[in-house]
Design a protein around this ligand. Sequence first.
Ligand code: S6P
Ligand code: ZN
Length: 193
Amino acid sequence: MVGLMAPFTIELDFKRGVLHPCNNIIQRHLSDMRGTYLDEAATEEAIEGGDPLLYEVYQYDVPFENGQLLVVTSIIQPGKVGDEYYMTKGHFHEKEETAEVYVGLRGRGYLLLETRGGEFKALPVEPGTVTYIPPYWAHRMVNTGQEEFIFFGVYPADAGHNYGEIEVRGFSKVVVERDGQPTLVPNPKREER
Ligand code: S6P
Ligand code: ZN
């Protein structure tokens, strides 16, 4: 059973996306995502050239117990590796029957979603877009704009993360720049199979 906890407030800076106070801050650099982007040469070149920070996550941790919720903001920098836009690693929840809500705060991009059965969706997200990620859907955010892409999320504290499968296979589509426009194209990694 969940213990009795004191209610609390924290501050969300809508402009910068940070939570304050915050007890769990994660930074992901390109070197943390080797193998995620299709262009391996561009990946290594960018890592050697300074290993850019791709995104930060501000999560306010509460006990990871059934019944608790985690609030979290993510800030994805603008940029590309090769012609593929900066994005989160993407994951299934370890407890796959758990859902999540994302709310776009700043910038724009896509929420990519996929089931194990191969069903795929790409939802455009801008400030004010509320997206519902149902149970069983893997999810990844992609920054297709010129500025930081910032979104807020809420999800069950015992959901956990499973990154392994997405690391290997990616999603069935990738978001790349074509003629200056974000474009969804089939993931060649999937076609090799
Ligand atoms: C957690 C939620 C987000 C992501 C964050 C970074 O379930 O979906 O807080 O953790 O956007 O993405 P990723 O794929 O690196 O965890
Ligand atoms: Zn999630």
